[in-house]
Design a protein around this ligand. Sequence first.
Ligand SMILES: Cc1ncc(COP(=O)(O)O)c(C=O)c1O
Length: 445
Amino acid sequence: MNNKKILNTEAQSLSNASRIKYFDLVIESGKGSTLTDINGKKYIDLLASASATNTGHSHPHVVEAITHQAQKIVQYTPAYFANEPAAKLSNRLTQLAPMDGPVKLAWGNSGSDANDALIKFARGYTGRPNVVSFTGAYHGSTYGSMSASAVSLNMSRKMGPLMDGFYKVPFPSPWYQRSYETKDQFIERMFDEFKLPFETYLPADEVAVILVEPIQGDGGIAKAPTKYLEKVYQFAHKHGILFAVDEVNQGMGRTGKWWSIQNFPGIKPDLMSVGKSLASGMPLSAVIGKQKIMDSLSAPANVYTTAGNPVTTAASLATLDVIEDEHLLQRSYDLGLKAKAFFDKMQQKYDFVGDVRMYGLDGGIDIINPENKKADSDIATKIIYRMFELGVVMITVRGNILRFQPPLVITNAELKQAFDVIKQAMQDEANGKIAFNAKIGWSAD
Ligand SMILES: Cc1ncc(COP(=O)(O)O)c(C=O)c1O
């Protein structure tokens, strides 16, 4: 069976809600940064399973840990009895958390339920009902995490009402800075907009938590200005509001640090959610927080039958080993500099390449209309489609932003090969040689 045949078979039974359509690709296997499809064609992966396989596909140490643990016992619910990998991992993770004082955690199966848990603990500890999050945020697909999200109309359309007590403030994405504004003026204006709800209809002493992706992922790989986030952080503390970060997409070394919040010196969150690459893509997540917050609820306020399962936690222990032993934080940082230099060169060469943002191996490259400089999803789509034809997997976010998130183990040779393909695709676009014009990805609908 080839890619199309399998997709056709699946289409008879898979809901449209479950896949964001990009390419006709059925993945058969993966090793490091290379994927092989069902027809045997190889691709360099610049998506890392949506930043869920930072250690690369099927890393031997992770596979060995999974296999070894599966032979002992696959599952016994941590809701009732402990297992050794989860116990070890809880100690390791709480030590890694960028927080002061004693820290505890609770397990989940996905980034979405980790964010739900984060909201439960924040409400439980503060006794306050409301949650403030940001436009452009993707926090997940459960009702709680979806209620905190604001990045796609399809995440609320026809499913409301979403949960009560959720308020959105604008995320200071760089494209919102006006041409006549200095960076400081932009930050002031965005912070004024942040404060507006609190000054008009949302009493700060009724807000439990401010939840933010310090670097938004699906929102465009966009970093909040440091000064802006410091102001929000100080505001939170002044009003007894917990400050929480979503590290599901941007954590685990993605930005060249363990956690993306460590790109903001001096900010220490009260709570954080982690998932995706935590167990190299095995279904494991956690909410991590200050002990007094995490002790504010009692069982079974946040238990799941399979969360903290021995196989996933063994995979996570191995994942932490790989990140440390292979110096992947440094590697992410170093290769990120190379990637920035490459995309900056593309920006000089092609007038459809706009702003280039890169934080470790974590990039957002805006594709714009050369005439009016506005976001151009059609050009972005053509570029990724051509790259796909040439053997490189990359997707877009927000329609027009190239999402650059390869596994952190990508080799120099693979990176060079990927750059050659990107160059070729951009040149083909400049020459008007790409015929593709279907609507795919986040721009669809
Ligand atoms: C920042 C962020 N938070 C939460 C989630 C939800 O994670 P999951 O899909 O594992 O539920 C995602 C997924 O893309 C994410 O990017």
